[in-house]
Design a protein around this ligand. Sequence first.
Ligand code: UDX
Length: 447
Amino acid sequence: MKRREPDKVSFVGLGYVGLCTAAVFASKGLNMIGVDIDGEKISKLTKGEVPFYEPHLDRILKSAIKRRKIGFTTDIAKVAETGTTFITVGTPSRQDGSIDLTYVKKATEDIGSVISAGDSYHLVVVKSTVVPGTATGLVRPLLEASSGRACGDMLGLCSNPEFLAEGSAIKGTLHPDKVVIGANDEKSGNSLKRLYMSIYVRQKVPMIATNPTTAETIKYASNAFLATRVSTINTIANICQRLPGDDVEIVAKAIGLDPRIGPLYLKAGPGYGGSCFHKDLQALISLSRKLDYDPVLLSSVERVNENQAIEIVKLSRRLLSSLENRRVAVLGLAFKKDTDDIREAASLRVIEELVKNSASVSAYDPMAMKNASKVLSPKVEFATDAMSCLKGADCCILMTEWDEFRELKPREIKTAMRTPNIVDARRVLDQDDLQGFNYLAVGLGAP
Ligand code: UDX
C-alpha cells in the first residue's frame, strides 16, 4: 500500500452525486480518489470520459485529471490511503417504495475492513440519500464491526446529504446554499467542517451542525417540500384550466411575491420527474408508516403527480375527441431541460397513456432519445428533429421546456402538422404567436 495521506479524500460510488462532488472537490485543490465497482466506468473516467451529461462536469474533470488531483480505481483498498471517505453509492427503491440500502451496507463493510489494518483516524461520511436513522442505526454498527474500531478517537462518522439538482450540479456544489453536517460526535463534526472550510475558503457558506438523523431528515424534508409545491401549483393549474379566462402563470407570479411563499418551484407543468422526488417521497412514506404514522399529505402529493400526466392527455383529447389512430407528436422526453435523464419523467407517463388509448406516437428530444428508446414502447417512433416529429401530426404535446422548442416558427409548425393542435404542458409557447392554432396549455382557462 502507498503511504497514507490524511488530507486525501476518497469517494465510494461514482454515480451522479459522487462524480459531480468529487470533481468539484478536486477542482478546489483536494487530492481525490474515486472508487466504483464498474470497471468500464472507471476506465472511461480515467480517460476523462463522463458517463452522463452535466454542464461543466466534463471540463472540470478533465482539468482535475490533468493536474493529477483525481484518480479512479475499482480497488476499494485504496480508501485506506486517504483520511476521509464519502459513501456516495446508489440507494434505489424496492418494489414497495422503501429504500434499498444494500449498496450502503456493502460499501460500509468494505471500507471498515480495508481501514481495519491501519492505525490512524479515518472519517466516514454518508452522502448517499438514506432514510433518517440510517447512519446511527445501520452504518455505525456495521462500520465498527468491520473496522474493529469504535467511533470516537480513531473512527469518525457523519451524515452529510447533498442537494444537487441536475443541470446545475456543478454550480450548486461550487456555491451551495448550505452544508449540513450531521456528526456522530464532536471530532467527526469538526473534521468534516474543516474539510469544507478548506473548500469554501472565500465564501460564507452556512454550515448546519446537527446529529446524523436530523441531517438525513433535512434531505427528505427538502424534497418533500419542493415536490409539495409542484403538486400544489399543478392542482391550482388544473382548476384554472377549467375556468374561462383564468391563468395559473399570473396566479403563480402574484403569490410568489408574498415573501412567505416565494417565487421558486411554482411552475405548473406535467408533473415532477427525476431520480429524487418520487423515490424520496416513497421512501419517506414507507419509513413513516413503519413508525406508525400515515403521512397522507405526502401520499396525496404523489397521487396528484401521477394524475398530472392524465390531465395532460385529457387536454389532447379535448382537441382530438378520440386518440385512436391519431398521430401525436411528443416534443421533449427528458424530465426537465438540459439533461438526458428520463428517470420518472412525466413524458413516460403521458406516452404510456397515449399508447394505451391507441394513439400513434412520434417523439423527439434533443438529448434524451437514447435513454428513452430503452424504456418506451416499441410502438413509439423516434424523430431526428422537432420538425420531422411534427410532420403529419394531429396534435403536438410539448413536454419538456427545451430552449430550442421556444424557437420553433409557428408558420413552419403549421405547415408540418396535419392539424394545428397544440397542448403546451410547460407553458413554453406564446399564445399570441399561435394565431390559427388550437392551443391548450396547462393552467390556462379558455379565452
Ligand atoms: C431535485 C432537487 O431539486 C435537489 O435538491 C435534490 O438533490 C434532487 O432532486 P432534480 O431532480 O435534479 O433535483 O430536479 P429539479 O430541478 O428539482 O426538478 C424536479 C422536477 O420538478 C422536474 O421534473 C421539474 O420539471 C419539476 N418542476 C420543478 C416543476 O414542474 N415545476 C417547478 O416549478 C419546479
